[in-house]
Design a protein around this ligand. Structure first.
Ligand code: ADP
Ligand code: MG
Length: 345
C-alpha cells in the first residue's frame, strides 16, 4: 500500500462533495459571498435550473485583481484570521472553501473590480485548473459564473434532478436568504426571462416597512394576515420576527424559517422549544409557521459544526430553549386572551 498526497484539484472535488450538493447550494454560497461583500443589489441569472448556468453579479466591495488567484484557493479567506475571529464571526462565510470547491466541479469565471480601482479583472478555472488573471471590464463589484455544474464528476451529475426541481430548490434558498436581508434587492432570471424580483430599499413606498414587504413577498397574504410580530429581549438574547397564529398551520414544516445571528439554520433544540410553545394550541400532526431571528453573543454559539453551515451548537442550549419557549408561549397566550376578549367588547 502506498500513501500519496492527493492533488489540490482532487482535494477540492472531495470538499465539494460536502459543500456543493446541487445548483441551489452554489447559489447559496455565492449569494452569501455577495452579502458578505456588502452588496446592495444582487442579480441572479440561471439556465436550466442552474445546471447549465448560474451567474451572480453583485455591487459589493469586489476583489483586487492581485487576489483573484487566492480567492479560488482552498482555506483562503478575508473573513477570519485567528481562532478568536472564528469565535465571534459575523460573516456568513469563513471557511474559504466555497469558491475552490465550486470551481473544481464546473467551468468557472470570477470577474471583479474592487471599489476604488480603475479596472476589473477575470480569472477562469476549468474543472479546478486555474488560468491566468486577465484584464476585464466590470463595474465595481463581482460576477461569478458557474457553467455545467458537475460536468467532470459524472457520479454527482447523475443525481441532479429535472430543471424544475433544481429551480425550486434554488428559489427556496433565495426565499430563505431574502427573508433575512430585506435591505438587499434581488433579481432573478431563468432562461433569459425575469422570474422574480425582491424589491430593495430603493423601490420602497413611503410608510411601508421593508421587512413587512419582504415577508409578504416571501410567504404570501395568508401567512402575513395571520402573523404575530414577536420582539423580545431576555437572558442576553433577542428573539424577533413573526409567528403564525395557530389557526394558520401547515401539514408540513415547509414554512419554518429560523435564523441564528442572521444565518439560516436547522436546530432541533430550538424547533423543539417552538413546538412546545404551540403544543396546546395546535392540532396533533399540524406544524406551526414562523420566521424567527434569534440574536445572541456570537461566543455563545458555534457556527463551525458542518461545512455547509446548516447547523450550530449553542453553549447554553437549555437557556436558549427556555427563552424561545417562554417568549412564544407568552405571545400565543396573549393572542388567545385577545381573541376571547373581543366578542365581549
Ligand atoms: P469564504 O466566504 O468562507 O471566505 P469563499 O471561498 O466563499 O470563502 O470565498 C473566498 C474569498 O473570496 C472570500 O473570503 C472573499 O474575500 C472573496 N470573495 C468571494 N466572493 C466574493 C464577492 N462576491 N465579493 C467580494 N469578495 C468575494
Ligand atoms: Mg463564502
Amino acid at each position: 500500500m502506498t500513501i500519496r498526497q492527493l492533488p489540490d484539484t482532487l482535494i477540492n472535488q472531495i470538499a465539494a462533495g460536502e459543500v456543493v450538493e446541487r445548483p441551489a447550494s452554489v447559489v447559496k454560497e455565492l449569494v452569501e459571498n455577495a452579502l458578505d461583500a456588502g452588496a446592495r443589489r444582487i442579480d441572479i441569472d440561471l439556465e436550466d435550473g442552474g445546471i447549465r448556468l448560474i451567474r451572480i453579479r453583485d455591487d459589493g466591495g469586489g476583489i483586487d485583481a492581485s487576489e483573484l488567484p487566492l480567492a479560488v484557493q482552498r482555506h483562503a479567506t478575508s473573513k477570519i484570521a485567528s481562532i478568536d475571529d472564528l469565535e465571534s464571526v459575523a460573516t456568513l462565510g469563513f471557511r474559504g472553501e466555497a469558491l475552490p470547491s465550486v470551481a473544481s466541479v464546473s467551468r468557472f469565471r470570477l470577474t471583479s473590480r474592487r471599489s476604488g480601482s480603475e479596472h476589473g479583472a477575470l480569472l477562469q478555472v476549468d474543472g479546478g485548473k486555474v488560468g491566468e488573471v486577465t484584464p476585464h471590464a466590470h463595474p465595481p463589484g463581482t460576477t461569478v459564473e458557474v457553467r455545467d455544474l458537475f460536468y467532470n464528476v459524472p457520479a454527482r451529475r447523475k443525481f441532479l434532478r429535472a430543471e424544475r426541481t433544481e429551480l425550486s430548490h434554488i428559489e427556496e434558498w433565495l426565499r430563505t436568504l431574502a427573508l433575512a436581508r430585506p435591505d438587499v434587492e434581488l433579481r432573478v432570471a431563468h432562461n433569459g426571462k425575469p422570474s422574480r424580483r425582491w424589491k430593495g430599499e430603493a423601490q420602497l413606498q413611503e410608510g411601508t416597512m421593508l421587512s413587512d414587504v419582504r415577508l409578504h413577498e416571501a410567504l404570501g397574504e395568508d401567512f402575513t394576515r395571520n402573523a404575530l410580530r414577536v420582539d423580545h429581549d431576555g437572558a442576553g438574547m433577542r428573539l424577533h420576527g413573526w409567528i403564525a397564529q395557530p389557526a394558520y398551520n401547515r401539514a408540513s414544516s415547509d414554512q419554518q424559517y429560523l435564523y441564528v445571528n442572521g444565518r439560516s439554520v436547522r436546530d432541533r433544540n430550538v424547533s423543539h422549544a417552538i413546538r412546545q410553545a404551540y403544543a396546546d394550541v395546535l392540532f396533533h400532526g399540524r406544524h406551526p409557521a414562523y420566521v424567527l431571528f434569534l440574536e445572541l453573543d456570537p461566543r455563545g454559539v458555534d457556527v463551525n459544526v458542518h461545512p455547509a453551515k446548516h447547523e450550530v451548537r449553542f453553549r447554553e442550549s437549555r437557556l436558549v430553549h427556555d427563552f424561545v419557549y417562554r417568549t412564544l408561549h407568552q405571545a400565543l397566550a396573549e393572542t388567545r386572551a385577545g381573541a376571547t376578549a373581543m366578542p365581549m367588547q
